[in-house]
Design a protein around this ligand. Structure first.
Ligand code: PMP
Length: 364
């Protein structure tokens, strides 16, 4: 070790070389949920039937974990193409969660000086990835009530010429589905790629996936996280093969681990089970939203997702009260001016939703 190295503490090295915009961040904190009713992260609340667990166990047991996984993840891709009815001519790329695909897309498009544009509030990882990749982020506020301000979006597109636009469809954390006609206008005006992020497609009435061939600059992003496989970390992007071929150059060679590759096809084949769970959650969502609307002091916003956004008089107090009652939700208070006193409640099992409703009625 030379004298200089010996003299410096780690913090001094960090200050010298870590980018200031990274040092200014705090790391994403995942709330501890041990023993709690977990209604904070849009997971599917249902345990798998024993027979399906046995199939997963058999598939996992057969995995040669001493070997790298298939870099092309061909079996998973075939299972997805089958379950989505995707022709081989459509481009498909897989990610370690759709989070990784957001990062891959951003890195691929982050020319020096380029712009990412999204409405806000929306999924915070779009803005974060712009920062990581050195893209300039332009946020266009949603209207009060969370509709897309399409005129402001189009004006911002003309002004900033974004290489990349993210539209969560339906939107997180607001839950609403933007108008398809507005998205078509954005696709027609955008000079670059428009990502329609359909993380919540299973709970929504509309999708752009069947329309990939119609728009040269459309990429549909999806995840299996909300339909019962959040632990597997599997996301996928569908676009013209010209797009996915470029994104594939940024993708780490073995990004999908061998256990996920073995297990995901088993679950994707359980289409009746997945559809039934989504149907129960949609119906529970209706019941939950209706009951929430009946609690004085609670405003409920329309949702096409597996969560319900509500506004209460004092979100920090209600959040703490629910937490003390063993129920974890997501407080959005302080995240964006439009989300003042808002809580995001994931739809749980009927019993979990009953517990939430009883606690909330006490607190509001
Ligand atoms: N997009 C949206 C809109 C989301 O809400 C989420 C998860 N909160 C993701 C992407 C990321 O999901 P995952 O990485 O689990 O696929």
């Amino acid at each position: 070790m030379n004298d200089r190295a010996a003299a410096l503490a780690p913090a001094a090295y960090v200050a010298a070389v870590v980018r200031p915009e990274i040092r200014a961040l705090s790391a994403y904190r995942v709330a501890k949920a041990q023993g709690m009713i977990k209604l904070d992260a849009m997971e599917n609340p249902f345990a798998l039937p024993e027979a399906v667990r046995a199939k997963i166990a058999a598939a996992a047991a057969a995995v040669p974990v001493n070997r790298y996984p298939d870099g092309g993840a061909d079996v998973v891709k075939a299972a997805l193409r089958r379950s989505l009815g995707l022709p081989d001519t459509t481009g498909l790329i897989l990610g370690n969660g759709s989070d990784e695909l957001i990062a891959i897309i951003t890195v691929a498009l982050a020319k020096p000086g380029s712009v990412m544009l999204a409405p806000e509030p929306t999924f915070v990882m779009y803005r974060m990835n712009a920062l990581y990749a050195g893209m300039r982020f332009v946020g266009v506020p949603l209207r009060p009530g969370f509709a897309l301000d399409v005129d402001a979006m189009l004006a911002a597109i003309v002004l900033h010429r974004p290489a990349l636009i993210f539209l969560a469809y339906p939107n997180n954390p607001t839950g609403n589905l933007f108008s398809a006609a507005d998205i078509e206008r954005i696709l027609a005006t955008a000079p670059g790629l428009v990502v329609v992020d359909e993380a919540y497609y299973a709970f929504a009435d509309s999708s752009f996936l069947p329309r990939i061939a119609e728009f040269a600059n459309l990429l549909v992003l999806r995840t299996v996280s909300k339909i019962g496989m959040a632990g597997l970390r599997l996301g996928y992007a569908v676009a013209a093969p010209e797009w996915t071929a470029e994104l594939d150059k940024v993708r780490p060679p073995y990004n999908l681990n061998a256990l996920t590759q073995a297990v995901a096809p088993v679950l994707l084949a359980e289409s009746a089970l997945l559809a039934e769970q989504a149907a129960v959650l949609r119906s529970e969502r209706g019941r939950l939203a209706g009951a929430l609307a009946g609690i004085a002091g609670v405003t409920v916003y329309p949702t096409q997702t597996n969560f319900v956004l509500v506004r209460v008089a004092d979100a920090p107090r209600v959040f703490e009260g629910l937490h003390a009652a063993g129920i974890l939700v997501k407080s959005l208070h302080g995240g964006h001016p439009l989300l003042e006193n808002c809580l995001r409640i994931t739809v749980g099992t009927p019993a979990e939703n009953d517990a939430l409703l009883a606690a909330l009625a006490r607190l509001c």
